[in-house]
Design a protein around this ligand. Structure first.
Ligand code: AKG
Length: 294
């Protein structure tokens, strides 16, 4: 059966759900994010995305500033229950099961991070998350035709115009122009700035050709999550593991999640999704799917 959400995502490579959360949730999440962003900027939370580095691994050297806070559900981070409640919220689970055409019993816990205003203007180069720039056009196309085994989203808490995409590029290999373009090209043919209002969610295919362009002057607090399904290939496991979740996920206590939209089933679902991640990750050797960029 088709759905509007799935059809838009399949056609464009991204889809917007406007005003997905209420004013109370927005305020609660803003307060939680302000707190963890402050901790991260002062060096009191070591798991951060540091400038000027685009891809993991990031170390804890924040001398040039940061652009993200990692591991929002980490049991040692304040407000981890609030973040877990938003990750496992019905509005996410409903959308993800629709997009992946699966049952909640198939879902796998993956990443939950926060993207914030960088301390200096900063941009990511054009990329696809799981496919490097040097693959042949044929390999690129084959990789893009593989079935979708995870869903990725941005939930904006402030107006956000940082994500730039080339709509439809998740279905085709790069054109010669895209291949030869400056990695920081500001005017890629067909590019579109994804505009989000507070409370909006964007689901996007992380292999769409995209980049981030960040202003140090514009507040940004955008929750950045992904969920997988059982049966994902080793490349996906690598992508999840490279963010280091394995070191702490076993200590999460999901019984205390707080969100009036969550019920008891959310805790059980969270436990099950964590178990599936651990099973998926067992036996995996830690390695990185993108070349180090420093
Ligand atoms: O800032 C964003 O919304 C996109 C981030 C991104 O492209 C990435 O982390 O690979």
């Amino acid at each position: 059966m088709s759905s509007k959400l799935r059809d838009s995502l399949a056609r464009d490579g991204f889809v917007r759900i406007p005003s997905a959360i209420g004013a109370d949730q927005l305020e609660a999440l803003r307060a939680a994010c302000q707190c963890v962003a402050r901790l991260a900027r002062t060096g009191d939370w070591p798991h951060v995305r540091t400038l000027p580095k685009q891809f993991p691994p990031w170390n804890a050297d924040i001398s040039e500033g940061i652009w993200g806070v990692q591991h929002l559900m980490h049991p040692d981070l304040p407000y981890h229950d609030t973040f877990a409640a938003s990750y496992f919220a019905p509005y996410i689970i409903t959308a993800v099961t629709d997009i992946l055409q699966c049952s909640p019993d198939d879902l796998v816990l993956e990443l939950y991070n926060l993207l914030i205003r960088p301390d200096a203007d900063f941009a990511l180069r054009w990329h696809r998350d799981d496919i490097g720039p040097d693959v042949s056009a044929q390999d690129e196309l084959e990789r893009l035709q593989e079935p979708m085994l995870h869903a990725q989203w941005n939930l904006a808490l402030y107006p956000d115009q940082s994500l730039v995409v080339v709509p439809g590029s998740h279905m085709r290999s790069r054109t010669e122009e895209e291949r030869c373009a400056d990695p920081f090209e500001d005017n890629m043919p067909g590019q579109m700035i994804v505009t989000m209002e507070p409370g909006d969610i964007i689901f996007y295919n992380n292999n769409i050709l995209h980049r981030g362009v960040y202003s140090s002057q514009a507040e940004r607090m955008t929750l950045h999550g992904s969920m997988g399904i059982v049966g994902a290939d080793p490349a996906r496991a690598r992508n999840v593991l490279q963010h280091g979740i394995g070191a702490w996920v076993g200590r999460c206590d999901f019984s205390k999640m707080q969100d009036h939209t969550n019920d008891q089933d959310s805790s059980a679902l969270a436990d099950d999704m964590r178990s599936r991640l651990v099973a998926m990750g067992s036996g995996q050797v830690l390695s990185f799917s993108q070349p180090f960029d420093e």
